[in-house]
Design a binder for this molecule. Structure first.
Ligand code: GUN
Length: 292
């Protein structure tokens, strides 16, 4: 069984990017610049954004964190995005989701200029992804592709079952795995909350991507021998014995599923780290496209 270690795969992506930023410094050029916008103080979002900023630093990127209080006006947020769209020193703009109820996620996503849409959530980016055109691939599916590439996991002709149809992970993942790209060419089944025979479908899968956000949902009776299992779940589950009062649980019951797999991602230390690698790659690509 291969442990698909996100620390190893993301370190390799970050090394490649660091050598690119080193060359930019050497040449006296500006550095790729990611701006992250964080609204309110959702604990998980705080952690993710802090990690994104830290990884920018480690890779030699410039980063700016802009915080707004939970009650911020939608108009104020839109005005800030517009000023970042106009700012030539900004390559990528990311608004951490979820947003407070009173703000339209769709409006915010559509306000980000597609050239700076390093999350790949703008309808223009999604449309290009579907058509197989060059675009920003959402960071988590992108990170999973980078992980599969790093560990040379074959995908061509395989049956992939993706559980979860979110715009952030499941839907784009299903499109990418079915696309004619190096980590694609799968036959894909996209399962969701209304799929009646989910366990039966999973049992037919060569590759399972679990992205439904239900801790330890995937159990051994759903996994065929030799399957590749990618766990996207990162749910905080209360645990009084843990220092922080919670533990991070994946969507897969790792201990019981891992022995059946040819390869599996751990949680934490798997897909989460690759998401950041995907975001950094997109930010570098935005820099190259816009001022490289
Ligand atoms: N919330 C959970 N995942 C993501 C992501 O990839 N990007 C943003 N902006 N918000 C998220």
């Amino acid at each position: 069984m291969i442990l698909l270690d996100g620390k190893i795969a993301s370190a390799s992506v970050k090394e490649e990017l660091k050598s690119m930023t080193d060359a930019l410094v050497e040449a006296g050029k500006p550095l790729p610049h990611l701006v992250a916008i964080l609204i309110g103080n959702n604990g998980a979002s705080e952690t993710y954004v802090a990690s994104k900023v830290k990884n920018c630093e480690e890779t030699g990127f410039k980063s700016t964190l802009i915080r707004f209080e939970q009650q911020v006006d939608e108009a104020e947020l839109l005005a800030k995005i517009e000023s970042l769209n106009q700012d030539d020193d900004v390559d990528g703009i990311l608004v951490q989701l979820p947003l407070p109820q009173h703000i339209s996620e769709q409006k915010i996503i559509e306000a980000i200029h597609p050239a700076k849409d390093v999350d790949g959530f703008h309808p223009s980016s999604v449309g290009k992804l579907v058509q197989g055109l060059p675009t920003f691939v959402p960071a988590t599916p992108y990170g999973i592709l980078l992980m599969l590439a790093h560990f040379n996991i074959p995908t061509k002709g395989k049956h992939a079952v993706v559980i979860g149809r979110s715009n952030i992970v499941g839907r784009p993942m299903s499109i990418l795995l079915s696309s004619n790209i190096p980590q694609g060419n799968c036959t894909v089944t996209l399962c969701h909350s209304h799929t009646p025979n989910l366990a039966e479908l999973c049992l037919q899968a060569d590759i399972i991507v679990a992205a439904l956000g239900k801790p330890e949902f995937v159990t051994p009776h759903m996994v065929k021998d030799g399957a590749v299992v990618i766990d996207v779940g990162i749910t905080r589950v209360a645990d009084t014995t843990a220092k922080k009062g919670f533990r991070i649980k994946g969507d897969v019951h790792f201990e019981s599923v891992a022995p059946k797999c040819s390869a599996i991602t751990p949680v934490p230390g798997g897909v989460g780290l690759m998401t950041i690698a995907g975001l950094l790659k997109n930010t570098m690509q935005a820099y190259i496209n816009n001022r490289g």
